[in-house]
Design a protein around this ligand. Sequence first.
Ligand code: SF4
Ligand code: SF4
Length: 112
Amino acid sequence: MSFWRMPLDAEEQGVTVGEVHIIAYRCKGCRYCIEFCPNNVLAESEEFNEKGYHPPYAAKDGKCVNCNFCETICPEFAIFVTEGKPGNLQPADVLHDVKPGRRLQRKRRYGE
Ligand code: SF4
Ligand code: SF4
């Protein structure tokens, strides 16, 4: 994934952290949340729910960026996200191939 433009101060900003909650008995194992999570936070658990499906779980705890996409896409309202404790996630942790913003480049180059 590459981004052709970023806010100039992106490297100076923290990233919001989400806490994932699964309502396991509602899950029908469609995997939408797992497939479409932009940060690959979710994975299929080994456990079975009452319907015989494997509900997801947050495999990469602390990497959820609270985008609410899983919550929006789940057809069974079986997953939701609340704001987690502020962590130390930085843009570089979730956007791995982003080049530093121009302001940061100038700061590094010219010490401004
Ligand atoms: S809120 Fe976004 S980053 Fe967090 S688990 Fe859901 S889709 Fe992934
Ligand atoms: S999108 Fe909802 S129903 Fe589908 S696997 Fe995820 S939690 Fe289960």
